[in-house]
Ligand binder design. Sequence first.
Ligand code: FPP
Length: 278
Amino acid sequence: MQALIETLKPGSPDHALALSLDPARIPAHIGIIMDGNGRWANRRSLPRVAGHKAGVVPVRTAVETCARLGVQSLTLYAFSVENWKRPRTEVETLWQLLRFYLGRELARLCANNIRLRAIGRIDILPPSVRRELDAAIGATSANSGLVLNLAINYGGRSEIVDAVNSILQRASESGSLDSLVIDEDAISQNLYTSGQPELDLLIRTSGELRVSNFLLWQIAYAELYITDTLWPDFDRRALLEAIAAFQKRDRRFGGLRPASAHSAPSPSSMEPVGSPSS
Ligand code: FPP
């Protein structure tokens, strides 16, 4: 976190916001649904793709801010398995932007010790995109700081299906299908994000109240932060505000607050209160 504070102008709002954060409660894994590029462009009477182009700027900001804060993993939803339904020209622009981003940012990813990964069914991406992605992943593979997962041709349901199929295939190869029991650990260990921390904070820009097939397994106990800010306007301050809001949440993972903060309920206060866990 000190690494971030050192880059900020003393007395600036971002500096004050960063100083107000608790370094012990920085989310280990943040996921972002980068939404609102099209609306950002519409409001300026620009074509939709102008919104996607403008959306590359906050990608760099979010990535480098997370790296300096000491976040362990950042997962960005860049292209869903459903996004193929968009016009071909828009899809092609997204691939061009991804290649542009990889070409322009690789040196900075390395300078910031960031390890790039891709999650999703990337085997069916256009070969030129796949080549550049593989090269960037290879070039950053020895970096030990932030893990940046780009979710590309990603779907949360497909990820779970792929995990189950991997488990079945390995059991079949080792002749242990008959005794196979699939538990939660087995699925977690076969997700694209295997080995990375659980998702702590899910941010969605542009105000939509949906999870849109993003990290369905991993968000089980994530804190949700939805802002009306459109993705191209999501700057460093907006990200720091999201983390500050996260740090104010009372996370109980279905349990209770520590005993010191609670007294035993009296019989009269033991009526059902709604959800089985919170
Ligand atoms: C959703 O906004 C955004 C996308 C489907 C693409 C996200 C892509 C970028 C931010 C740029 C490139 C990314 C990288 C990683 C280099 P939308 O088009 O659905 O917006 P709308 O809901 O307002 O129409």
